[in-house]
Design a protein around this ligand. Structure first.
Ligand code: HEM
Ligand code: HEM
Length: 276
């Protein structure tokens, strides 16, 4: 991998920002707020930030960069797809439970549902994330889906995945701000009590985590070696055509491709399995 040191630095910084965000959200609800319970009250609401930060943000971020980890490049692409899909599914389950917690709390306390911009964008993100999951499984895990569909859909899959991830972080920042404004009465948010400062830092950490994940996921030189070839073919208008793939692979210097020695046709078949 090119610039392995930079990759490891970005990865460590991202995981550190993610872990510290999780510690912060737990400390917020357990120390500053009412704790955690499933009782229809404020302690049930608290599952909402906890599960969105740990699941919908952290797990989704890790799912997005899982293909980029160099020590997984010797695993089959199929295995990596299962890990990517599994982590995204887990993130979705966390998000759904987080939604149930807040709706249940609102209904119990007679608070209207879906009045805020936070709730509109948040629920839209959860629904589109579910759709992305279903389409991802349909396109990349069901063996009968034509290779040409898979290749054509990939730029949209990557774009919508990154857009969703970014939107979810923006939605979390709105939720955090709302909660601080509603929850801090005496002293108020504007008086900067310790809870306000602490939770503002949580927001900064989430932006840092998001920025680092987006940085890692958008470096072409940090892709799995086979995917770098696909990227160069796509950007040269090559699509998934096997002859172009074969010639691109055969242009690689000896030993520099992902599959070791072998003729271009064999590598091209391997390419089909790897990319799709
Ligand atoms: C309410 C989604 C993160 C605070 C809601 C509601 C949805 C939602 C759909 C409406 C519930 C209803 O109308 O009954 C999301 C999503 C998040 C997220 C998708 C993913 C990041 C957060 C975070 C906080 C938060 C991190 C911080 C505490 C709130 C608050 C409400 C709420 C205070 C009640 C007020 C309102 O309806 O806007 N959220 N939320 N949310 N959420 Fe979030
Ligand atoms: C790649 C997001 C679900 C299959 C990606 C990438 C993103 C992403 C951002 C680009 C990663 C990179 O360039 O390294 C998401 C999100 C999902 C989701 C947010 C869930 C809501 C799925 C599912 C599958 C899948 C269920 C089924 C296997 C793939 C494949 C790639 C990919 C094959 C290409 C990886 C590569 O070769 O670079 N996804 N994905 N995704 N995703 Fe998903």
């Amino acid at each position: 991998m090119e610039n392995l040191k930079h990759f490891l630095l970005a990865l460590c910084a991202a995981t550190a920002a993610g872990f510290v965000s999780i510690i912060f959200v737990f400390r917020w609800v357990l120390y500053f707020k009412e704790g955690l319970a499933w009782d229809g009250g404020l302690a049930e609401f608290n599952w909402h930030p906890v599960l969105t930060v740990t699941g919908f943000i952290f797990l989704q971020g890790i799912a997005i960069i899982v293909y980029r980890l160099p020590w997984t490049w010797q695993c089959s692409k199929l295995m990596m797809k299962f890990i990517h899909a599994g982590l995204n599914l887990l993130a979705f389950v966390f998000a759904v439970i987080a939604m149930v917690a807040v709706f249940d709390f609102h209904n119990g306390a007679n608070i209207p549902n879906m009045y805020s911009l936070h709730s509109w964008l948040g629920l839209t993100a959860v629904i589109l994330y579910g759709l992305q999951l279903v389409l991802g499984v349909g396109m990349y895990l069901i063996p009968v889906t034509p290779v040409s569909w898979r290749a054509a859909f990939m730029p949209l899959h990557v774009y919508s995945g990154l857009l969703l991830f970014t939107s979810v972080i923006a939605v979390a920042l709105m939720g955090i701000t709302e909660k601080l404004i509603f929850g801090l009465k005496d002293p108020k948010y504007k008086d900067s009590p310790p809870e306000a400062i602490f939770v503002n830092v949580l927001g900064v950490l989430l932006v840092l985590f998001g920025g680092l994940i987006l940085w890692i996921a958008t470096r072409t030189s940090w892709k799995r070696p086979s995917d770098q070839i696909l990227h160069s073919l796509h950007t040269n208008g090559g699509g998934e055509d096997n002859s172009k793939v074969a010639s691109a692979l055969s242009q690689l210097p000896d030993g520099s491709d992902a599959y070791g020695a072998g003729d271009a046709r064999k590598r091209s078949n391997k390419f089909d399995e790897q990319v799709n």
